[in-house]
Structure formats: C-alpha cells, structure tokens
Design a protein around this ligand. Structure first.
Ligand code: SF4
Length: 177
C-alpha cells in the first residue's frame, strides 16, 4: 500500500453509528490525515464511484438493490474492503427483517403504519432484496471490525496497521455487541 492511501467509506443498511464511532477517533485522525486521501464518504458530496481505491470501509448490511449496487461497485474498485460493525459482519439489526415476508414488511411500513398516502412506493425507493445479507455473503471481505458500534480504538488500530502495510486482526481486540 502506498504512503498515502485512497480511502472510501460507505453507508449501507446501518444506523450511522459505525461512522460516528469512526469519527470518535478524534484527534488521532490528525495523526493519519496526511497519509489518507478521502475519495468517497457519506460525510462528503461525491457523485458516482471513484476508482483505484486502496481501502473501502463499509458500514451496514446489504438489504436492498441500491446496497447491492454500491457494494459490488466499491469491491470492484478497491484493493481492501473492511466490514465495519456487526451489521456489516453478521446482518445484526437489519437482518431481523429476514423472518418476515417482504410483502408483509411493505404493508406494515407503508400501509398499516402510514397516516396518509397509504401505498407501497414504486421506483423512488430501492426494492428490498429477498433477505438482508452480511457483506461477506456477497463480496470478499479482507478485514472484520466487530462491535455495535466498534470502539474507536479498534477502528484506529485497524486503519493504523493497514497504513503500516500490516494486516490487522481486530477480531482479537473488539467484540460483537
Ligand atoms: S453495527 Fe450497530 S452502530 Fe453499526 S450500523 Fe449496525 S446498528 Fe448501527
């Protein structure tokens, strides 16, 4: 990996808590800032998918067609992919919907619980996949960082090790939940 890595972060079906924990690295971000070029992230306004990414950090599970499109595009353009947090690693909270039929989910969300405009949306809302999947069921994952959310120390350890050209093992430091 070159001295300055091209970094992308992606938000799929998650609550953004993992991104918040990433930002909780706080002042240590300044220590690594000059070694990172952020090329895509929910915290910036970038359209499309950058190429030649060194590391892509993915929060959340794969639940709908848009999630699937994103994770395939980033995997195609990144050297390393990190599954950040329990939703990305196991499906966690988003996968709780897997015990219900898709039509029942749509009816519950958009008809039974709606006060007005009771109808299942069409093209505007990405269609749900048959089930919510963790990242590794769809594309290869290089680094797993557990936690809901992962502790900032564990995230920093993982990124710092990668910057030094070493493959981290955050599963030894962090824990699920
Ligand atoms: S792992 Fe926890 S904090 Fe991270 S996106 Fe999922 S629910 Fe939110």
């Amino acid at each position: 990996m070159s001295a300055k890595i091209r970094l992308a972060t992606v938000w799929l079906d998650g609550c953004s808590g993992c991104h918040m924990s990433l930002l909780d690295i706080d002042e240590r971000l300044l220590d690594i800032a000059d070694r990172i070029e952020l090329v895509s992230s929910p915290i910036m306004d970038v359209k499309g998918f950058p190429e030649n990414i060194d590391l892509t950090i993915v929060e959340g599970a794969i639940t709908n067609e848009e999630d699937l499109h994103k994770v395939l595009a980033f995997r195609k353009n990144t050297k390393l992919l990190m599954a950040l947090g329990d939703c990305a690693i196991t499906g966690n909270v988003p996968a709780m919907r897997n015990t219900f039929a898709i039509d029942d989910l749509y009816n519950r969300a958009y008809v039974e619980n709606a006060d007005a405009e009771k109808q299942v949306p069409g093209a505007v809302v990405p269609r749900l996949l048959d089930r919510t999947r963790p990242i590794h069921e769809v594309v290869p994952v290089d680094v797993y960082v557990p936690g809901c959310p992962p502790h900032a120390d564990v995230i920093f350890y993982a990124i710092a090790e990668l910057l030094e050209g070493r493959m981290p093992d955050p599963m030894k430091m962090g824990k699920f939940g």
